[in-house]
Design a protein around this ligand. Structure first.
Ligand SMILES: [Zn+2]
Length: 506
């Protein structure tokens, strides 16, 4: 799949600022943004030894220490707790307990997440005879209160999500969701879903996506407009949605011969430390130095998962070592030549687990949020066509500062000269890309915010997102663009204004 084929579309509707660009607007420190540094930093941060930097694990902590050491060597000022580089927070994790849960089908004890996958984070208690429904489309049987077993229905093509994740994952999600919903609607107590051939071959990948459970962070900016800042209690037995369980295709015969099941699923909840890494370059202007520009990235990726093509480490080179390296490059330039305003460099922890680090920091900022004049966030900036990129937050309802957009477009005209895609910033785009990175909690707090990206690609969230697949000349131009935007903001006479009436659609 190639995304950019449909995504190229000129930014005709955006404020035209490019024409007045002059060479003199580029500061000497621009030369500090170097391809060699980006290549080395992405290579180290996304190396196999970093083990995919999963949020809430020691692999994320290792990457965070690596970043802090980079910040120190570059010469940033630590802005975390107690003079350190780190702002700690506890993630709340809720998952199916593999020690307190058990499952038996047809007299066989099944291994949780090995040959039996609970499809949701839902407690369950059901035992007795199993009603075998040969065809899930058959609605004649009374399934109320019953344990039902049925072969997975192949999903309608329209229900298989486009673009992100591997096809096997998307197919499995659509098949599980679609088949389960048919019986949940009709009051089944539990549904055992027998894998078809495509899902059976992706069983380990499906398991990896579900064994981790659900994550949240307390006292943070809510995930959605009108959401709560508190973590919801875990679902109690009998209160959640209908529990579903995926089993291998080979269980079909067992279920036919001995249609009996004992399903006892318990949840466990615990906290785990995650961390934001924060450094600063102090501004030079006595009045403006108490205002801040934020460069934002996330250091976590998706850890170690099922082996695909001989590799199990989700190295996260594009997602998001690319932007982390761009932030380090901008930091080198600002240390060499500080701006009038101060600049904060933040790597947010546990972005992949639900924007946890940015939701926490936007609620507990290390400087007053009212003094933050802009957030320049990036996610995945080193792939796809060399001449194209996207800037999210440029169109209503996502645009919250026309002033900031104007500065970013001026910087693009002087540096990257990218043809800017406009489709992915639209509220109608099926990926909802705007809502999937760390600028969102800041935008919800009315801080002018943008997201730089070169969009999704076929290696997204797979072990193929490796340093070798990054387009380094393109990444360099993206980093230069982000740097120059921040330079303009840091030195502008007036801070970018928030557009009146800004309101996100969800
Ligand atoms: Zn990301």
């Amino acid at each position: 799949m190639r995304i950019q084929a449909t995504a190229l579309c000129l930014l005709a509707a955006l404020p035209a600022a490019a024409q007045t660009a002059r060479r003199g607007e580029i500061p000497p420190a621009f030369a500090a943004v170097r391809e060699a540094d980006l290549r080395r930093d992405v290579g180290e941060m996304a190396s196999p030894g970093m083990r995919g930097r999963e949020g809430g694990t020691k692999d994320e902590l290792r990457a965070s220490m690596w970043l802090a050491e980079r910040y120190r060597r570059i010469g940033l000022v630590p802005m975390g707790e107690d003079g350190s580089w780190f702002q700690w927070f506890d993630m709340t994790r809720t998952r199916v307990s593999t020690t307190a849960s058990h499952a038996r089908i047809g007299g066989q004890t099944l291994t949780l997440f090995g040959d039996f996958i609970p499809t949701g984070v839902v407690p369950a208690e059901a035992s007795g005879a199993v009603l075998w429904v040969q065809d899930a489309r058959d609605t004649t049987a009374d399934v109320r209160g019953r344990i039902v077993a049925t072969p997975l229905l192949a999903p309608a093509p329209a229900t298989i999500r486009a673009n992100s994740y591997t096809y096997a994952t998307r197919y499995a999600d659509a098949a599980i969701g679609g088949t389960l919903a048919r019986f949940a609607r009709r009051g089944a107590a539990a549904v055992i879903l027998v894998a078809d051939a495509p899902v059976d071959s992706a069983f380990a990948v499906v398991s990896d996506a579900r064994v981790r459970g659900a994550y949240d962070v307390d006292r943070a900016i809510p995930r959605a407009a009108n959401g709560s800042d508190r973590v919801a209690p875990p679902p109690a037995l009998g209160t959640g949605p209908t529990p579903g369980f995926l089993v291998h295709a080979s269980m079909r015969e067992v279920l036919a011969q001995q249609p009996q099941a004992e399903l006892s699923i318990r949840l466990e909840r615990f906290t785990a430390p995650s961390v934001n890494v924060i450094g600063m370059v102090r501004g030079t202007d006595p009045k403006l130095r108490d205002e801040y520009v934020i460069y934002s990235s996330h250091q976590d990726a998706n850890g170690v998962r099922a082996t695909m093509e001989g590799d199990s480490v989700h190295a996260g080179a594009d997602d998001n070592a690319s932007v982390s390296a761009a932030g380090l490059a901008a930091a080198r330039a600002f240390v060499r030549q500080p701006g009038k305003r101060s600049v904060l460099f933040i790597n947010h922890g546990s972005e992949e687990r639900g924007l946890l680090g940015s939701r926490y920091h936007a609620a507990h900022p290390v400087v007053p949020l009212a003094k933050v004049v802009a957030v320049l966030n990036g996610d995945m900036i080193g792939r796809n066509n060399p001449d194209s990129a996207a800037l999210l937050g440029t169109q209503p309802p996502h645009r919250n500062s026309t002033d900031l957009v104007t500065m970013a477009l001026r910087a693009n005209a002087l540096t990257g000269k990218f043809i800017l895609d406009t489709l992915w910033d639209r509220p109608t785009h099926p990926e909802g890309w705007y809502f999937r990175s760390d600028h969102v909690p800041y935008a919800r707090q009315n801080v002018p915010a943008l997201m730089y990206t070169t969009n999704l690609h076929e290696d997204y969230h797979t072990p193929r997102d490796n340093p070798e697949s990054i387009d380094y000349p393109k990444l360099t131009r993206m980093a230069q663009w982000m740097y120059l935007t921040g330079w303009f903001v840091a030195n502008a006479a007036e801070r970018p204004r928030v557009d009146p009436g800004f309101k996100l659609e969800r």
